[in-house]
Design a protein around this ligand. Sequence first.
Ligand code: AMP
Ligand code: GLY
Length: 422
Amino acid sequence: MNILILGSGGREHALAWAVMQNPKCDKLFVAPGNAGIAKIAECAALDPENGDAVVGFAQEHAIDFVIVGPEAPLAAGVADRLREAGILTFGPSAAAAKLEASKSFTKEICDAAKAPTAGYGHFTDAEAAKAYIRSNGAPIVVKADGLAAGKGVIVAMDEQTALDAVDDMFGGAFGGAGAEVVIEEFMDGEEASLFVLCDGENILSIGSAQDHKRVGEGDTGPNTGGMGAYSPAPVLSLEIETRAIEQIVKPTMRVMADRNTPYQGVLYVGLMIQDGQPRLVEYNVRFGDPECQVLMMRLGAQALDLMIASAEGRLDSAQVNWADDHAITVVMAAKGYPEAYEKGSVITGLETLPEDSRNMVFHAGTKVDADKIVANGGRVLNITARGATLEEAHDRAYAMVDQIEWPEGFSRRDIGWRALSK
Ligand code: AMP
Ligand code: GLY
């Protein structure tokens, strides 16, 4: 098969790494890719959000299967365009991608599905939103309705912070994403993510993960896209996972199918777990980044077969073959991230690191400049390892981190602390 992956981050490097190991893959293109991906696949200068360009490229290169990495092309309808052109595609339609693209849409679907989630109000004007905050009090969570690159959520521990967030959002701080606002009950508990493949009708769980969103050790400081992750998430016991599937995922899929917008692709189910009860925090319509890196490390080549089964509507006969293993990924970021950071610093030491089924450096934001690997983003490398225990995976990953020479970069030293201390 000729395969095309859309995207350019560590998630897409991990997807490419898994897909390349499967003998079904003859030729792999990634658009636009990065310096790490270029070592294992052909990178194509193509805008993943431009449906015409993506369909044209796929036809020209006889692509048999497209995997869409990030949410923006999905929300823009690129998967619809590919399917209309008769190209097998992994990823939901624009109508189904609203599960990530609109928070109020997701809340309505949860209401219809009777899925446990935070109580909420949906507002199109600031005064009504503020009245809701004053009558409910803090802590309370204020969310921009639309896609805001992970930045549109304010968890307000006091009322004034929530009121200010409403002013910021209606004042345009998140552009069009903040023209409508969802205000939610604050949920306490431990967060974990469940990843489920869907084919419009059937579902298949492909593992759990926890990430570290805060930039600083001990989970402190500003939010980021994720500074590290590990899989499985010990808090998601089989019993709690089953509850999440029966009470949240299956009813959601049924409602989506009943509305004639069946969901096909991977569903990222963000959960808050308290006293053994999972509640939905959010859906994403794609793999998490960096959660995908630990999932691919554990799934390996079978990930391609599973994604094809999802796209072809055959998940009822698919199954995951698990090794009883653990994986962890440590993000190395440019100093300053998630605020301003410099690009272009040189990274060395990568050539001596092992690259095999237990150790991989996935590139998130790199490029090649004068034969050297240089930083080209905020999150730059994902140092990923697998082991029989989380401790073993952890030690292997940090041994690799310690061999990388990059004075302008940093990483958290405590990825996995919550699970390791259990
Ligand atoms: P979201 O983009 O909806 O995932 O929100 C980002 C983060 O905000 C989540 O990962 C949670 O840590 C936190 N969060 C979102 N909604 C709530 C809620 N209702 N209660 C507590 N924390 C929340
Ligand atoms: N790591 C969080 C996300 O991908 O949304």
